[in-house]
Design a binder for this molecule. Structure first.
Ligand code: NAI
Length: 281
């Protein structure tokens, strides 16, 4: 019960990683406000939560919406935790084809939204601290795509790399107010992010998720599909007092995907040395 008496905002909380995190924080005692454009999904979670989770329609592309949810939670008793997490795949185009508008939209959804989440949460946390309250904890969703190529398209990966550096800059700016800012870098996690852009729904969604789970289980050294709950556990740690001396950094939760090249951990993929064995005397 690390969040008893705490209030949290979770953007993108109607699905996937955000939903699992909202449930985890609520389970550990927090009052949680989900900010999402998916009204049906967000309200369903709130309705099933026995008053622990609330929904406020929030489009993170809109600065006013982000400001509104931060103020709503501050007015409801103070803002303790913010999880800037909402997102989608964005443009899939390579750098030689992407249109300026698609670049802007992807960066706005994945990077500007996080900057504005911090921008509007921090002054409220600072003001409360000046009134004698505690500091705050902000966690941002980056990705292993921030750390290496090959995990996601170009605009998405650049935005997520920006989230990591933004996390450090914000931590530097805000540590004097006892506000910690950290990020989580998920690996391959089975959520709707892969299917929603393709419009896959209903029965086909269950089938597609089965196929994704099958691929995901073999995508990294730890041989099981990554779950939203794996990310929620890391976010809960970073947001909690257990991480009170942790700021400006990130936790990678990827089943080992970023350890190194596939041949270093997958015995079925030949390395240079195993390939040369055929020539050895
Ligand atoms: P998801 O599709 O299950 O959840 C994303 C949520 O964000 C949805 O509820 C959606 O309605 C909401 N959302 C989208 N645009 C929004 C907007 N403009 N305003 C407010 N809410 C909006 O996907 P998932 O996987 O849970 O994604 C969460 C975060 O995790 C994203 O930032 C994503 O880039 C990141 N991530 C996901 C990985 C994965 O393998 N699933 C890997 C690395 C990072």
């Amino acid at each position: 019960m690390r969040f008893t008496g705490k209030n949290a905002v979770v953007t993108g909380g109607a699905s996937g990683i955000g939903k699992a995190t909202a449930l985890r924080l609520a389970e550990e005692g927090a009052q949680v406000w989900i900010g999402d454009i998916d009204e049906a999904g967000g309200r369903e979670i709130a309705d099933m939560s026995n008053g622990k989770i609330h929904f406020l329609r929030t489009d993170v592309m809109q600065a006013g919406d982000i400001q509104a949810i931060m103020h709503a939670v501050d007015s409801a008793g103070g803002l303790d935790v913010v999880f800037n997490n909402a997102g989608a795949g964005g443009s899939r185009d390579p750098i030689d084809k992407i249109r300026p508008d698609d670049w802007d939209r992807t960066l706005a959804l994945l990077l500007r939204s996080v900057a504005l989440g911090i921008r509007y949460a921090a002054p409220l946390m600072i003001a409360r601290r000046e009134r004698g309250g505690g500091g705050g904890a902000i966690v941002n969703t980056a990705s292993i795509a921030a750390l290496q190529t090959g995990a996601a398209p170009t605009a998405y990966s650049v935005a997520k790399a920006g989230v990591l550096h933004l996390t450090k800059m914000a931590a530097a700016d805000l540590s004097r107010y006892d506000i910690r800012v950290n990020a989580v870098c998920p690996g391959f996690i089975t959520t709707n992010i892969f299917t929603s852009a393709l419009g896959i729904e209903g029965e086909k969604l269950a089938q597609a998720n089965g196929a994704i789970n099958h691929i995901a289980a073999k995508a990294q050294p730890l041989q099981r599909a990554g779950r939203a709950e794996d990310i929620a556990a890391a976010v809960a740690y970073l947001a909690s007092a257990d991480a009170s001396f942790v700021t400006g950094t990130h936790i990678t939760v990827d089943g080992g995907m970023t350890i190194g090249p596939r041949h270093s951990w997958d015995a079925d993929v030949p390395s240079l040395f195993s390939s040369l064995e055929a020539f050895a005397g």
